[in-house]
Design a protein around this ligand. Sequence first.
Ligand SMILES: Nc1ncnc2c1ncn2[C@@H]1O[C@H](COP(=O)(O)OP(=O)(O)OP(=O)(O)O)[C@@H](O)[C@H]1O
Length: 256
Amino acid sequence: MHGYTRLVENGVPNAVETVGLRKVYGEGSTAVRALDDVSLAFPNGEFAAIMGPSGSGKSTLLHILGALDKPSEGRVIVGGTELSGLSDRELTLLRRRRMGFVFQFFNLIPTLSAEENVLLPVLISGKKPGKYARRVDELLDLVGLTGRRDHRPDELSGGEQQRVAIARALIRFPDIILADEPTGNLDSRTGAEVLVLLKESAARYDQTILMVTHDPRAASASDRAVFLSDGRVVDEARDPNPDDILERIRTLESLG
Ligand SMILES: Nc1ncnc2c1ncn2[C@@H]1O[C@H](COP(=O)(O)OP(=O)(O)OP(=O)(O)O)[C@@H](O)[C@H]1O
């Protein structure tokens, strides 16, 4: 159905919403049901953590929420727009205009400086980089890399590279930030700093954060943790604390 819109109480569409999402990889006896009837709503401005055991479907869900992959069945609605009605070109534009990706393996371009990596989404979308000069300065300052702007990725630590990736994800003021294990290979202090950065940006620019993580401490920074098991949403926790999350994970793993 085209133009499908669901409204939340105050009349503003959810940042992202899914209805009856299924994803099956492969066919016949080797088919894997990665997502099974997932219906979720992420209101504007929410910081949501997506958790669950290995293989439970977290990355698959994040890729579908970020319009990087398509569901086998069900709907994804981003800011009131149903994705199934969009062409590949329109999906690309929607990703560029509205989404920022922070993935664990930083995907920085090795031959570009930190500053050039941050500007990459601007260059790719054909905008004039000069217009973003002030924004680059602001972001490099926000992530504490002003003094490293001319360094290439191999001249930066893992934490610094991750901070470049965050600045890059934020450069075009995305409505939605999708993060896959953003603290996964960082020490706990750098990981905590990265989360503070994401939260500060989200609060300042009214952005929604969708973050896959295994880390109870990272998830406790969120407004809501959603737990997947075998491709289904099996639990949710509002304003979770690390102990609460650990307890729920243990329960899920004992059931699995
Ligand atoms: N491209 C693919 N082809 C076939 N099966 C896949 C593919 N991608 C994922 N799967 C399967 O789908 C299921 C869900 O995978 P997914 O990567 O979403 O889980 P996850 O919760 O992110 O796991 P992890 O925490 O280990 O990263 C798994 O059983 C996985 O083996």
